[in-house]
Design a binder for this molecule. Structure first.
Ligand code: NAG
Ligand code: NAG
Length: 927
């Protein structure tokens, strides 16, 4: 929604300068552990595996790893660590390194994984010359060199795909007892510890660091990689850049007011997963840690990397990327993915953290938001505006002003006196409402949430154990400690229809500001020495009694949305699928919520960056992503607004939103020609609503990105590795949004084989052979979208007010033929909102076209759904040798069909087959 600094906006709008205030946010040098560890570059790692301690049991190798003082002859052991290497199913390994006997337990990230990872077999193949060789049941190998410790992972092809600690940057700072202060004769403290160990300051904020330094770090090398990707959320390119001459990429969930483009600064989300890719293979690592993290990248092919370093590290081989993760606390806990294809590594990550469940169908349609729709009359007029202008829309959103003075779970009694009736008015047209619920709680006497939380001790505590107080939208606020299961349960119950009066199953939730945003906190968030709940069984005195915010920061929002999700399930007896939008994101967020890219600006650069930002999030399991259409700050002129609607119509989460101080901009407030273009963009989205729904169904099963980078489907094609201004939807549509002002043509890369792959312009059905870059003419109404030859896409072309009203509408089936004259696709249908699909009340069908016949068949024939949809038309593009007759066979029924051939573009239209989509069918062609 919005961030701290709101008061500045008006002034800035006048001066015309919008820019992030970098002074509010730390650089690596201002972050104690980043500075300390980034500077640590030993020639040789101090970490050594003690071969006498190696034990292989089940899928786990355990061994002691020691740090050894190599400066003396007698190899003095400095510290003892426990290492575990586990083999997991699907080409995945896990490496954990913790202290053998830490002073207090070190934090292990709790919510990212979707349950215990599944074990694979692990066999020790050899133990000789200081090296251990192991293999899992699928033939992936691990070679561990004991001294200094180095771990190499080999894929099934026998290639080394990932190496740990090749650059000697493994560090686990041991927890220590604070030394007593020592004074000199004049009573001044003598420096007994490195400065900053037991406290550090940033601006006016002091972090007390009661546990001292506890950072961890490890480097990863990816031989044969051209690029690395992932670690969202940043505004940089999808392919990550070498960081040696600047700041590392930072992962720390922050509410960054007016965030900037092309930046490695942290913003709202942090997902510590990184993938490598080159022509030989893909690989990946997931750094399972929820503390503040910085990531350095060295790509040896980058011109900024000096050749002497390339020679030193790789012997002149430029195809290699190194990465290094540095986190403030926790343990070393890393999952290694051995691919070998891009889709394998994406799947390997998602199977650990869980695929996104099937969303309710309306959430894939168009959303209308503004800070704020001010009262019920405003909501009514916006709702009616869509009907008056024949623009489909599914959801109206309410930002913070609907509440009774920022007290969540309440309504402003004057502006929203009849929420139930307002909502019933929306639902009568198949529309929904989304209301915002932020995690900060107004500290106001008489507010039930504040009184309960105070009385029951549900707030996050400050460093001294008192309720932490910060400043947010309501003024003085406190924050629920969702890490306590009792608090999460209490919070979930707030979402019941009784506790949130006026709401119904058609009210869905937006959890914003959940990094968490604290206007007067360090870096606009919660102080790191705040205290969170810790289960008492881990020890309950002193520092063992609680976690500090520093340990859990990046997963705070995940705990928030998980409790919301649970509450939305419970409010309707787990009958209906919740929709939640979150701003902060971490590994696993996709299990509960969609993510948007936060407070962007009505500028062309922010439209453009929506693509790489969502590609990066999608690679990290979060496919349900979009940007504020039109831009949040500032006002988009007609052309930018048009291009943003056109782009948004082809991104997973499609919501227009705007700042309270900007001019109103509902689609009909532009000139009629622009309104017509915005209407057209929305109608394009609705025509493809079942295509989107099918993609998200398949995504809920296979976890693969819905919005996908070209290299995922064309991994050998090197030109695709850095393309992030176009993308694929599933493997069927290729989208190149127009994100530049005033252009009459754009470059589009058409991947595949020039002799075999065809791409059909979806507006003209003209087929273009895959041929690398092509310059494509565009007008203001044209966005290059291509359907892959060989892919079938289903459309619904009747214009309705909302997606719910389209449920029974007929399909137009668009069959784009490949060079062999064949094509295939899929379709998912269910009631769009319940979990009845789990009881086999759905249709998942394959469509296949061959010159002799077209078939519609159910993948699971135990499942069915009584849809009233039927086939209105089949468009077959790219037909060389049209059939003479066509006959529909469905059940007992046989019908001769009419066809029309549109010469010139080789399109055959089968008219009104009228086949029911509730049953399989077949159309037989004869020649
Ligand atoms: C619901 O719709 C009716 C009919 O348009 C209207 O009179 C009434 O004011 C609406 N109620 C609310 C709360 O918006
Ligand atoms: C055409 O068919 C051949 C033989 O079945 C197959 O190898 C090839 O991949 C197909 N081409 C396309 C574009 O699907």
């Amino acid at each position: 929604m919005k961030s701290w600094g709101l008061l500045l906006v008006a002034a800035l709008a006048l001066s015309g300068s919008y820019a992030v205030d970098r002074n509010n946010f730390k650089t690596c040098d201002q972050s104690g552990f980043c500075k300390r560890l980034r500077g640590f570059k030993p020639e040789k790692s101090e970490y050594t595996l003690n071969l006498d301690t190696v034990l292989v049991h089940g899928n786990v190798l355990s061994a002691e790893v020691d740090t050894v003082d190599t400066s003396t002859q007698e190899r003095k052991v400095l510290w003892h660590y426990a290492m575990r290497l586990s083999a997991l199913v699907d080409g995945t390994f896990r490496v954990e390194i913790d202290e053998v006997d830490p002073l207090y337990p070190r934090y292990r990230t709790q919510l990212a994984l979707n349950g215990e990872p599944k074990a694979d077999g692990l066999k020790l193949l050899s133990n000789e010359n200081g090296k251990l060789t192991l293999a899992n049941s699928q033939g992936h190998k691990v070679v561990i060199t004991a001294a200094p410790l180095k771990i190499e992972f080999l894929n099934q092809a026998g290639d080394v795909a990932v190496v740990l600690n090749d650059n000697a940057q493994l560090v686990v700072e041991p927890l220590r007892v604070k030394k007593e202060r020592i004074d000199d004769e004049d009573g001044n403290a003598v420096e007994v510890e490195e400065e900053g160990t037991w406290g550090e300051s940033f601006k006016s904020h002091h972090d007390s660091k009661p546990r001292g330094n506890e950072a961890v770090s490890l480097d990863f090398s990816f031989p044969d990689a051209d690029n690395v990707y992932g670690i969202p959320e940043h505004t940089d390119k999808f392919a990550l850049k070498t960081t040696t001459s600047g700041e590392p990429y930072r992962l720390f969930n922050l509410d960054v007011f007016e965030y900037e483009l092309d930046s490695r600064m942290a913003i709202y989300g942090a997902v510590p997963v990184l993938y490598s890719h080159g022509p030989k293979h893909s690989a990946g690592v997931f750094w399972h840690n929820s503390a503040e993290t910085w990531v350095d990248i060295v790509n040896y092919a980058d011109s900024t990397v000096v050749s002497s370093l390339v020679n030193l590290v790789t012997g002149g081989q430029k195809r290699r990327v190194d990465a290094r993760f540095i986190s403030e606390s926790g343990i070393v806990d890393v999952f290694v993915f051995l691919g070998e294809k891009p889709s394998d590594v994406f799947r390997q990550y998602v199977m650990l953290t869980g695929p996104a469940p099937l969303p309710p169908k309306f959430s894939l349609a168009y959303h209308q938001c503004r800070w704020n729709y001010v009262d019920e009359a405003d909501v009514r007029s916006v709702d009616n505006g869509f009907d008056e202008h024949d623009i489909p829309a599914d959801v109206i959103w309410l930002d913070i002003e609907y509440t009774d003075r920022k007290k969540y779970f309440t309504w402003d009694p004057l502006k929203f006196p009849n929420p139930a009736e307002m909502i019933a008015n929306l639902t009568s047209k198949g529309r929904k409402l989304v209301t915002i619920i932020d995690p900060h709680v107004k500290r106001e006497a008489g507010y039930f949430l504040h009184e309960d939380a105070t009385e029951l001790g549900y707030y996050v505590k400050d460093k001294d154990g008192k309720d932490y107080e910060g400043w947010c939208w309501p003024g003085s606020s406190s924050y629920l400690d969702f890490f306590n299961p009792v608090v999460s349960k209490y919070y979930s119950e707030r979402y019941s229809f009784e506790n949130f009066p006026g709401t119904s199953k058609d009210v869905h939730i937006w959890n914003d500001m959940n990094e968490p945003s604290v206007f007067n906190g360090p870096e606009i968030t919660m102080p790191k020495d705040c205290r969170h709940y810790k289960p008492p069984q881990d020890g309950n005195d002193g520092l063992a009694a609680y976690w500090e915010h520093r340990h859990v920061h990046n997963e705070y929002g995940l705990w928030n949305i998980r409790a919301t999700h649970e509450g939305m399930l419970q409010r309707a007896d787990s009958k209906y699928r919740p929709f939640i939008l979150t701003r902060s994101a971490f590994a696993g967020t996709q299990r509960y919520a969609a993510v948007w890219t936060g407070d962007n600006m009505a500028e062309w650069g922010f439209l453009a960056v929506s693509v790489p930002m969502c590609l990066s999030l999608a690679s990290a399991g979060i496919s349900f992503c979009g940007s504020d259409v039109g831009g949040f700050f500032k006002y988009p002129e007609a052309e930018l607004m048009t291009r943003w609607y056109q782009a948004g119509a082809f991104q997973p989460f499609f919501r227009a939103h705007s700042h309270i101080e900007t001019k109103r901009r509902e689609p009909w407030l532009y000139d009629p020609a622009t309104t017509a273009l915005l209407r057209d963009a929305n109608r394009r989205r609705y025509a493809l609503i079942d295509f989107w729904y099918t993609l998200f169904y398949e995504h809920s099963v296979d976890g693969l990105p819905v919005m996908r980078a070209l290299f995922q489907e064309y991994p050998k094609e090197e030109d695709t590795y850095t393309i992030d201004d176009q993308y694929l939807l599933g493997n069927k549509l290729l989208v190149r949004p127009v994100v530049e002002p005033g252009v009459s043509n754009v470059k589009v890369y058409l991947p595949g084989s020039a002799t075999r792959t065809l791409w059909y312009d979806v507006d003209t059905y003209h087929a273009y052979p895959a041929n690398g870059y092509l310059t494509f003419d565009v007008t203001l109404s044209k966005v290059p979208v291509f359907q892959r030859g060989g892919g079938i896409v289903l459309r619904k072309e009747r214009v309705r007010r909302s997606s719910a009203l389209m449920a029974d509408d007929p399909y137009t089936i668009v069959v784009a033929l490949d060079a062999n004259g064949t094509s295939e696709g899929s379709l998912y249908i269910d009631d769009g909102e319940t979990y009845e699909y789990r009881n086999n009340k759905y249709i998942y069908a394959k469509l296949a076209y061959e010159p002799s016949a077209m078939t519609y068949s159910f993948v699971n024939d135990k499942a069915s759904y009584p849809t009233r949809s039927w086939v209105e038309r089949i468009v077959i593009a790219g037909i060389k040798n049209p059939p003479k007759t066509a006959k529909l066979v469905q059940g007992e029924k046989q019908t001769s069909l009419q066809m029309t051939l549109h010469k010139g573009n080789d399109v055959l239209v089968v008219r009104k087959p009228a086949a029911s989509m509730a049953q399989p069918w077949k159309i037989i062609f004869s020649y």
